[in-house]
Design a protein around this ligand. Structure first.
Ligand SMILES: O=C(O)CCC(=O)C(=O)O
Ligand SMILES: [Fe+2]
Length: 195
């Protein structure tokens, strides 16, 4: 069977496709090129967030585009076409995260519900050094799944899964190189500029 026809691993089942993982979504040479171009050319920014009574740096770099205005020097249109062929949806926004080293992370969360349209998935391409994602039920037994998001892999998460589960990329003390995620979402029109 061709690598690109490989079926996904199902990490969570629900009525909307659950959470699925394609380890070999992109070939490693192609993923190398995407990583290098995005690292060099995307409009990376730092951000600050209120955490309780403090304002802290978001521990990763961010970039965001609407799919109707993708900069032509970035490989995002090609990536989007490939992602849509595997996880079809009318994606209108792409957010990029760059984890510079093991100190960069994203805390356990679900994607903000007012910024994603019900019924549509979130599709997440990973590039660069593998990092572990934890997925945990919000209630009940709180069973936990860990998935090592490899270079060139794709993860899809249903909208429904954002109601029942949290996900995050914990910091790691292991020496790790940079890792990027390229996250396609269907945003409500009024929320297109929100991350
Ligand atoms: O980088 C990742 O794999 C996760 C990013 C994420 O959860 C988000 O951007 O909401
Ligand atoms: Fe998320």
């Amino acid at each position: 069977m061709d690598l690109f026809d490989s079926p996904p691993q199902t990490l969570l089942e629900d009525a909307e496709g659950g959470i699925r993982y394609w380890p070999g979504f992109a070939g490693s040479r192609e993923a190398d090129v995407w990583f290098a171009e995005l690292q060099r050319l995307a409009g990376w920014t730092t951000s600050r967030r209120r955490m309780y009574d403090r304002v802290v740096d978001v521990p990763r770099l961010l970039a965001a585009y609407r799919t109707v205005a993708l900069p032509p020097e970035l490989p995002l249109a090609a990536i989007l076409a490939r992602v849509r062929a595997t996880v079809p949806a009318p994606y209108n926004a792409v957010g990029l995260n760059l984890y510079r080293d093991g100190a960069d992370s994203v805390a356990m969360h679900n994607d903000k519900l007012h910024t994603i349209v019900p019924g549509h998935p979130i599709a997440l391409l990973s590039l660069g050094h593998p990092r572990r994602m934890l997925i945990r039920a919000k209630a009940g037994e709180r069973g936990r799944v860990a998935v090592e998001l490899g270079h060139g892999s794709l993860l899809s998460m249903s909208h429904a899964s954002q109601l029942t589960h949290e996900h995050g990329i914990p910091k790691t003390a292991r020496p790790v190189g940079p890792r990027m995620s390229v996250v396609f979402r269907v945003r409500p029109l009024a929320q297109l500029d929100e991350r």
